[in-house]
Design a protein around this ligand. Structure first.
Ligand SMILES: Nc1nc2c(c(=O)[nH]1)N[C@H]1C(S)=C(S)[C@@H](COP(=O)(O)O)O[C@H]1N2
Ligand SMILES: [Mo]
Length: 228
């Protein structure tokens, strides 16, 4: 080898090492930034004597990873077969409806669960305002990542189901569904849609959401197997 090729090799090795090093540095800073968002959350871990899980006890396995929804431009659309369709800003969803708190456990089909103090508005109130037409049998939820899931309308009329904006007294972090997650009590985790952008009234009783299309039960009832 000539001294020139040796010099060139050293220069190439140096730049490759530098590029890899800078890459790792950026990656670790990015992960730290994500982690910080989590740690910033001040949450309660006990409520009326009951122990709660933490915001950090969830496993993040969303179809497209966390969504970062902009609070200012966000709109919640209430659409479909309704006499009074609506569009709410983030603040309007919260300020124009009464809020409720409730401890509910989310069970994922993967075998883990979290018990959380949820705070949100009632779907029942949204439905009463929207005045769905008599042929609206189904409520389809749409999310910022393209995820969807659906329920018979009676589920919300017969139960006090929340659309949550806080968990354990802290505003939902982006990873946990900011601005809104459905608290689909007595249903498997895949019915608990995060990053909700639209609530649609439909007459399509055969509608299938993201996981339902892939073989998960439509009702998603916790007391039944999730595979069809
Ligand atoms: N928009 C959206 N909502 C979603 C999902 C998703 O991929 N996208 N995953 C569901 C599943 S499978 C579970 S178990 C719960 C909780 O998931 P997390 O731990 O990722 O928050 O969110 C549900 N809501
Ligand atoms: Mo899940």
């Amino acid at each position: 080898m000539t001294s020139k090729t040796i010099t060139n090799t050293i220069i190439i090795v140096y730049f490759v090492a530098l590029t890899v090093g800078v890459g790792y540095f950026i990656k670790s800073e990015y992960n730290k930034a994500l982690g910080r968002r989590f740690l910033d959350v001040v949450e309660v871990r006990q409520y009326e004597g009951q122990n709660l899980s933490s915001v950090n006890d969830f496993r993040e396995n969303s179809i497209k990873g966390p969504q970062f929804v902009d609070r200012q431009s966000y709109r919640l659309k209430i659409s479909g077969l309704a006499q009074n369709p609506q569009q709410f800003s983030y603040d309007d969803v919260i300020s124009k409806h009464e809020s409720f708190k409730k401890i509910v456990t989310l069970n994922c089909v993967e075998g883990w669960s979290v018990t959380i103090l949820w705070e949100g508005i009632k779907l029942k109130d949204i439905i009463n305002e929207a005045r769905p037409s008599p042929d609206a049998k189904v409520v389809i939820f749409h999310a910022a990542d393209g995820y969807t899931t659906s329920f018979p309308i009676e589920y919300f009329v017969d139960n006090d189901i929340l659309l949550a904006y806080k968990m354990n007294d802290a505003v939902l972090p982006p990873e946990r569904g900011f601005p809104f997650q459905l608290v689909a009590e007595s249903k498997w985790g895949y019915k608990w849609i995060k990053w909700v952008t639209e609530i649609e009234f439909s007459d399509n009783q055969n509608y299938q959401g993201y996981w339902e299309k892939r073989g998960y039960s439509d009702t998603g009832d916790l007391n039944e197997p999730f595979l069809k």
